[in-house]
Design a protein around this ligand. Structure first.
Ligand code: GLU
Length: 502
């Protein structure tokens, strides 16, 4: 069959790609990865990125899902050229509002003999399915209504019986799905089901709705998950029956977990908002997602956004699945945190630190808002080590707390006892009291000398001081930390440690 293309030359040259989520749930990050491929290519090629809400499955619609898609796109910086909020020349961009269009094309397919009314009741279909399963046959509509005569139809319809529209798939031959990643995929028509293309409520299921929209919205490249491959021959048949040219198909492998199993929200796949809550930077997540199933070469991992747009081409999408590696993301996030100028790090971390303790913020006893100048000095010490913005509160809380609490056992270092630790801390206090300026280099010189005088090891003295002033065993560099804590707090905490040991 010859295909008619009513797109103009000009249209055909402007890539138009879409993200078409169904609000039947909140998306995990793998779905945003697939959308990102479309976005990146649209930006790379000077094309358009379109958001379309595929909400014809009313019974499964989840409240808040559409807002979540919008917020997720915005968080990741994937701006939309046309969509439900922003509008555009091919709207509406929400499928329930396009109901009449699907009815029009379903009707056209009936007229051209490619589709028919099916009156089978759910009970009959259920019976049929059970029987097929019992006979080890693939469950499929038995085409009962396909062969009704016009008289039989008139008779049934005169009773007001409700119907759906089914597409009459060819019974013989083959359908070729041209796929840009997998090459031509050939399917036997005898395996194709007579798909429902219009439901009793007048809404079209995905199989008709998406392709009517892709055609009318002049979508040039359909990038979607490979779970749609098995439906694609049916779509190709419908395209042909309508006399439309298919867009370029890219069925991309799903993102898999490290266990090689498909990501699922319930098992192992976070949503964009989980990342946000944990303090991942959207620019790091963006970079990470782009590399889930796409690679520029086999070594480059860090791509700033503009760089990615520049180098992103569809031929580099892999046909083996991207593996979701949470450790790699954590590493990458650290890389992006280190790239931030200190002032920006502070600006972006403070909201995480100021949120309620129960959500991962600083202890409630710490007064908000935080002092910016002090917080800047604190975060400067952690800048190199921070892996997420969300972990900052826990790591630096001792800089902000009035009282710190810790176990005596971490104060007393290896091969030291309580008595020795106490006297070493007393000597530390006395030495620090002689310092005119509370400055880390002077402290270091002084306390290194004290180590020699006491005849113990650096780690023994510095470990005890570290715990005394922070209540921790792992902290930023000791002397810089003490400088930021200030003389008063440091000395008070050393005194408290001495008291603890007495
Ligand atoms: N609404 C479909 C989904 O949620 C879109 C698939 C496609 O991209 O065509 O998976």
């Amino acid at each position: 069959m010859t295909q008619i293309d009513d797109r103009t030359e000009d249209d055909a040259q402007t890539p138009r790609l879409r993200f078409a989520p169904s609000p039947t749930g909140f998306l995990h990050i793998g779905a945003f990865r697939t959308a990102l491929f479309s976005w990146l290519y649209a930006r790379h090629s000077g094309g358009k990125f379109i958001l379309r809400i595929e909400d014809t499955d009313l019974a499964r619609t989840v409240e808040g899902a559409v807002e979540d898609f919008n917020d997720g796109l915005a968080w990741l910086g994937m701006d939309v050229d046309e969509g439900p909020v922003i509008g555009g020349p091919y709207g509406p961009y929400t499928q329930v509002q396009r109901k009449a269009l699907y009815q029009q094309y379903a009707h056209q397919l009936i007229e051209s003999g490619h589709a028919y009314h099916c009156y089978c009741t759910p009970e009959r279909l259920d019976e049929m399915r059970k029987e097929q399963i019992a006979n080890k046959l693939p469950p499929r509509y038995d085409r009962h209504c396909r062969y009704l005569t016009p008289e039989q139809r008139a008779e049934i319809e005169s009773k007001g019986t409700s119907w759906v529209v089914r597409f009459a798939m060819p019974l013989e031959g083959e359908t070729v799905v041209p796929d840009r990643l997998h090459g031509d995929m050939v399917f036997k028509n005898s395996d194709l089901d007579d798909t429902v293309i219009l439901k009793t409520n007048g809404l079209a299921p995905y199989h008709l709705a998406h392709l009517v929209d892709d055609h009318l919205m002049k979508i040039t490249h359909v990038i979607r998950g490979e779970e749609w491959i098995s439906s694609a021959p049916r779509h190709v048949q419908i395209y042909q029956a309508l006399g439309w040219k298919t867009p370029l198909f890219y069925h991309v492998p799903n993102v898999l977990g490290k266990d090689k199993k498909k990501l699922s929200k319930r098992r192992n796949a976070p949503s964009w908002s989980d990342y946000k809550k944990q303090g991942y930077l959207p620019e790091a997540v963006f970079n990470f997602l782009a590399l889930l199933g796409w690679a520029y070469d086999d070594k480059t991992e860090i791509f700033e956004r503009d760089e990615l747009i520049r180098v992103f081409t569809l031929d580099k999408i892999g046909i083996s699945a991207g593996i979701y590696d949470a450790d790699k993301l954590l590493w990458m996030n650290g890389v992006y945190i280190r790239k931030l100028p200190l002032a920006e790090l502070v600006e972006r971390t403070i909201p995480y630190m100021e949120r309620p303790e129960a959500e991962g913020g600083l202890p409630e006893a710490v007064a908000r808002p935080l002092d910016r100048a002090y917080t800047t000095r604190v975060l400067e010490l952690e800048h190199e080590r921070l892996k997420t913005l969300g972990e900052a509160a826990e790591i630096v809380s001792f800089f902000f707390e009035k009282e710190i609490d810790y176990d005596l056992s971490i104060l007393i270092q290896k091969k030291m006892d309580a008595e020795g630790t106490r006297s070493a801390l007393e000597r530390t206090r006395d030495a620090l009291n002689t310092l005119p300026n509370w400055e880390h280099e002077a402290m270091e010189t002084l306390l290194r000398e004290l180590v020699i005088t006491l005849g113990i090891k650096n780690g023994q003295l510095f470990g005890a001081i570290r715990t005394a002033v922070s209540g921790r065993t792992a902290t930023p560099p000791l002397f810089q930390m003490m400088e930021v804590l200030g003389r008063e707090v440091s000395m008070r905490r050393i005194d408290q440690a001495i008291a603890k040991l007495s």
